[in-house]
Design a protein around this ligand. Structure first.
Ligand code: SF4
Length: 503
């Protein structure tokens, strides 16, 4: 879909208009000019006085017209940037409305295109805005539907029940540890994940670097008296390495990190069932790992084959029981809505199988076509469900979780996600992952160590976020982990210096 925008020449509007167009069309291109090849043309009129008044008229190829208008007060005092924000918001309102009318699609998240909607509600609560006013503002400013506002509120309530001190955890940090190996690479995957077979040399060097980072970061935390809230081992699949390697890694964690016994939660992703063995479960138990994730994604064998997950459905079920018998009592399972070839029938089957296991938490993802994945590069080979069927599956997940005692406790959205829906983490009460709440709500620094690990440094006073990424591939990591560790410690020193602590 090619959209020609007339009446707005300022290039700063291009990105928000393109992002909103992406909500409606799989392939879209917004052109800020008259364009004879465009499928639709949208003529804007933007009048600015003490208010901004915007009208838009969309004309399609048949000369059918869809129109909308909106006006909003401009802040009388305030920077140019703030005024521009209000103008962009007003333009987005009418743009969304004409596209909704034109396509017949209602966007339940309104003009919101960001990854973390619940953060907006947390911000308003922190500012002391009463809930009904906060909800009304979300509706007015972003056109978010009642249904999604209720979902946000439910999630925020749950998060504050699980982490009552969420707003005062900036003086602590959480740690993400990235282990970039998997048995094979899945077709939809864009994580740093390298098939492990035949790579022992690379694994050895990588683990050498990882132990080094753990020691250095751990020493810094001890020296500064900074506590760890939660630790998360992700990747890749952290259980791809051997039981002995896992044992040494956790031993390092206990030796290097401060006061491991008081860390609120330690999670290890054991996503691929084909990596789980009794020996590895013993190691997890030995080091008091609280939570693991075993990810079926689907309980339909043909789907697993089609997406390159070389394990069987039976293996997922068997490994779940094995983990239970080994004493793992907080197990998360991931399902993905909209995998190739899957519709309501297959998803209903996945929920029925989940019912036999009842993991403590269930994360329901919606398939997203990320640019770098094999699936996106060969899109024509993978047939995925229509938007309405994806929505139906999402509803089924909501109904199923509610009727089985699960509550939603975090959500995030992605670009190019099927049906413009969201990924939702559901959990039985009090089994929620604290780390997932930390990473989604950005209330404290997350130090990323290991391959492909992103650090997110949050200034304890201003809340300003600085991103920092470790190299994604093991070779670059092995060559440079010392420099990357130094860089992170430098940033940490600035953030946690004596004259940067909350009053
Ligand atoms: S198991 Fe996860 S990290 Fe590994 S290749 Fe598959 S999707 Fe990627």
């Amino acid at each position: 879909m090619r959209i020609s925008i007339l009446g707005i020449e300022d290039d700063r509007f291009h990105r928000p208009l393109q992002l909103i167009a992406n909500l409606f069309f799989e392939e879209s291109q917004v052109v800020m000019a008259n364009d004879a090849t465009a499928d639709v043309e949208i003529m804007f009129s933007v009048l600015i006085s003490e208010k901004v008044a915007v009208t838009a008229e969309l004309k399609d190829g048949t000369n059918q017209v869809f129109a909308s208008s909106f006006q909003k007060e401009l802040p009388s005092v305030g920077s140019e940037k703030e005024r521009l924000k209000v103008v962009k918001n007003a333009v987005s309102h009418v743009y969304l409305r004409v596209l909704q009318e034109f396509t017949g699609i209602t966007q339940k998240w309104g003009i919101l295109t960001g990854v973390r909607p619940t953060k907006l509600l947390h911000k308003k609560i922190r500012e002391g805005i009463p809930l009904d006013t906060a909800h009304r503002q979300l509706q007015d400013d972003y056109l978010i539907s009642d249904e999604k506002i209720q979902l946000m509120q439910q999630i925020v309530d749950r998060q504050l029940a699980v982490v009552p001190d969420l707003y005062s955890l900036r003086q602590e940090v959480s740690i993400y540890i990235g282990i970039p190996f998997c048995p094979t690479k899945c077709a939809y995957c864009t994580f740093p994940a390298y098939a492990i077979n035949g790579k022992q040399g690379s694994v050895d060097s990588f683990l050498g670097g990882l132990h080094y980072e753990m020691r250095k970061i751990g020493a810094w935390l001890k020296e500064k008296g900074v506590k760890i809230t939660a630790v998360y081992y992700g990747g890749g699949t952290p259980t791809s390495i051997t039981a002995e390697e896992m044992d040494m890694l956790y031993e390092e964690m206990y030796a290097s990190f401060p006061d491991v016994a008081t860390i609120r939660e330690i999670t290890v992703e054991a996503g691929r069932p084909d990596t789980i063995t009794p020996e590895k479960l013993d190691v997890l138990k030995k080091w008091n790992i609280d939570r693991i994730s075993i990810n079926p994604q689907s309980y339909t064998q043909e789907t697993l084959k089609a997406i390159g997950r070389h394990h069987t459905v039976t293996e997922t079920i068997d490994k779940f029981h094995m983990a239970r018998s080994a004493g793992m009592n907080n197990i998360n399972m991931d399902l993905i809505i909209g995998l190739p070839g899957e519709g309501v029938t297959e998803f209903t089957h996945s929920l029925a199988e989940t019912e036999k296991l009842l993991p403590e938490s269930l994360t329901v993802h919606t398939l997203s076509f990320k640019r770098a994945s094999e699936m996106t590069k060969n899109k024509e080979r993978y047939k995925v469900a229509e938007r309405s069927e994806v929505e139906k599956m999402m509803e089924l997940a909501q109904e199923w979780t509610a009727s089985h005692g699960y509550v939603p406790y975090y959500l995030y959205r992605q670009k190019n996600i099927l049906g413009n829906l969201e990924n939702v983490g559901y959990s039985l009460p009090n089994q929620e992952s604290i780390y997932n709440i930390m990473i989604m709500e950005e209330q404290q620094t997350i130090i990323g160590i290991g391959c492909g690990a992103s650090s997110k440094f949050i200034d304890p006073v201003s809340g300003k976020i600085t991103h920092f990424a470790n190299p994604k591939d093991p070779k670059s990591y092995n060559e440079s982990f010392e420099a990357y560790t130094d860089e992170k410690i430098k940033i940490l020193n600035e953030l946690f210096s004596a004259n940067n602590s909350p009053a």
